[in-house]
Design a protein around this ligand. Structure first.
Ligand code: PXP
Length: 262
């Protein structure tokens, strides 16, 4: 049975849209775990467009399941990961212009630089997974790289139309089998939704699916009416007492004496 890694990047995307403090992926990670997440995944991008360094530091200390850090294979990111020691690092290709990760890593042409980063991370006790397309040559190169895991890119399957989807699914099934024959353990992710996830989850040998966007979209749908109800309550029946200043409900912490009495 595949386990579920919940990707929290889009919570940080909403926060960064206002550069404020909410929603906080660190506090919402607890809810994801309460809901049954087997792991928490975040992508610390080089441009820090959503997840911030502070998020990964706090998640490392608070996540009770497993923390999977997605990142580019660069010296800066490897240093951060070695400091942090997440439960897994997933190496992904990264381009500044892209909206989200496009395509898998090209392990065939990546060369010694990638192998060195993998060695450094694994030498620090961090299992490394490579985000790759379910392509025979990429999988062989992944096995040669020294990594023990791959994450199969499911974007092609997710984007395929109804008639092409069986073919894309067959590629994933074959890729999963081939990877295992090469001694690799297999995760998958990208673009999976409530509608298309089941055939991928049912692939023999599939260990974990990393899913983000669709879960955040569903959370808005199932949580929005309650959020509006709570705001409506405040707007329609506000407390009349002043919240700040003289006789306030909310005391200025500076006005609390040493015994904690206002
Ligand atoms: N796996 C990888 C390597 C990714 O880059 C992403 C997107 O950040 C995901 C899984 C999750 O994709 P989605 O948000 O489409 O579920």
């Amino acid at each position: 049975m595949a386990s579920l890694g919940v990707n929290l990047d889009h919570i940080a995307t909403v926060r960064q849209a206002r550069r404020t403090v909410e929603p906080d992926p660190v506090t919402l990670a607890v809810l994801a775990e309460l809901g049954g997440a087997d792991g928490i995944t975040v992508h610390l991008r080089e441009d820090r467009r959503h997840i911030q360094d502070r998020d990964v530091e706090l998640l490392r200390r608070t996540v009770r399941s497993r923390l999977n850090l997605e990142m580019a294979a660069t010296a800066e990111m490897v240093a951060i990961a070695i400091d942090l020691v997440p439960d897994m690092v997933t190496l992904v290709p990264e381009k500044r212009e892209e909206v989200t990760t496009e395509g898998g890593l090209d392990v065939i042409t990546a060369g010694d630089g990638l192998c060195r980063h993998i060695q450094q991370l694994q030498g620090a006790g961090i299992p490394v997974s490579l985000f790759v397309d379910a392509d025979a040559e990429q999988l062989k190169a992944s096995a040669r790289s020294g990594a023990r895991w791959v994450e199969l890119h499911t974007g092609g399957y997710a984007d395929a139309n109804w008639s092409q989807q069986p073919l894309e699914l067959a590629r994933l099934v074959e890729g999963c089998q081939r990877a295992q024959e090469l001694g690799l353990r297999v995760n998958a992710g990208h673009g999976l939704t409530y509608q298309n996830v089941e055939p991928v989850a049912a692939i023999d040998g599939m260990e974990e699916l990393n899913i983000g966007h669709t879960i955040m979209a569903r959370a808005l749908a199932v949580g929005l009416s309650e959020a509006v109800r709570q705001m409506k309550q405040l707007v329609s029946s506000p407390r009349r007492e002043p919240l700040f200043g003289e006789g306030a409900l909310l005391q200025n912490p500076d006005s609390v004496d040493v015994e904690g009495q206002p």
